[in-house]
Design a protein around this ligand. Sequence first.
Ligand SMILES: Cc1cc2nc3c(=O)[nH]c(=O)nc-3n(C[C@H](O)[C@H](O)[C@H](O)COP(=O)(O)OP(=O)(O)OC[C@H]3O[C@@H](n4cnc5c(N)ncnc54)[C@H](O)[C@@H]3O)c2cc1C
Length: 283
Amino acid sequence: MGIQTLIQTSINSIKILDNQNFELISTEQTFTADRVIITSGGTPKLSGLKWIEDLGHKVVEPLPSLYTFNMPGNPVCELMGIVNENTTVKIEGTKLIADGPLLVTHWGMSGPAVLKLSAWGARILAEKQYKFNALVNWLHTQKDFQAQEKLEQFAGENPEKLVSTYNPFGLSKRLWLFLVNKSEIHEETRWKNLGRKNQNRLVNTLVNDCYPVNGKTTFKEEFVTAGGVDLSDVDFNTMQSKVVQGLFFAGEILDIDGITGGFNFQAAWTTGWIAGKNSGNNL
Ligand SMILES: Cc1cc2nc3c(=O)[nH]c(=O)nc-3n(C[C@H](O)[C@H](O)[C@H](O)COP(=O)(O)OP(=O)(O)OC[C@H]3O[C@@H](n4cnc5c(N)ncnc54)[C@H](O)[C@@H]3O)c2cc1C
């Protein structure tokens, strides 16, 4: 009731007037309002948040989140299209770790395990200028001694079979052959002739496989911004600014970013609902 919707109208500036009202200047006209909810979404540059700072708020530098890892020239890219369902990926020298399906692409690695790392590590990986080592455990959570035991048991049960074509872990044939080659095991080697050194190299490749990452690529065209309005400046019960009465925030303009799976939409909807409900109340 009494709501006017203006489309194709850009707000170019917001001023706080003396009597706690706001003046909004758009491309078309100037409005005054006693409540404003800002839901202008994410921005990739700090300069895009200057107007928020000018209103007295702290902002956290915006950075991209949800991207895939580039591994230029790495032979693993020949496996493009392969998905290893249960994989753990760590970032060397950090505490960052994530698990889930891993997809090999023609430029590197993607899939939920990688996307989660890009979200949780958005700031750390940006500081590293997207150059770091990804350590892949193709056997999910299995430790080296568990892999070792399984290999020994399998070798005992299948002595005449070729290492390069039979594996006890249910890994895809192409991935397994790649890992065997990477471990410098001859394709004609039989399980009974594997030997301790080969076995150790194979175990290391299976549970601690190192891939240098150099750069990132946007996942599909999805782009989520980590950073935005500092959460300490916002009352989460109402989504009202703690700095400016009558001003509310919702959605990706806030320093909230989620992993894939609808969490960013949910954050936008939930904060939008709270802001909408509370902006109608007496302050
Ligand atoms: C391709 C793509 C796929 C995505 N897929 C998913 C997904 O599957 N799941 C998920 O959870 N998240 C996904 N996201 C993220 C999700 O879309 C956002 O987190 C969410 O839309 C944020 O909502 P928002 O309303 O805060 O901002 P936005 O949806 O970005 O809306 C902001 C609006 O404000 C307008 N605006 C900005 N500045 C001004 C101004 N000065 N004056 C007037 N209007 C202005 C913009 O034009 C825009 O319409 C995806 C993002 C992209 C780009």
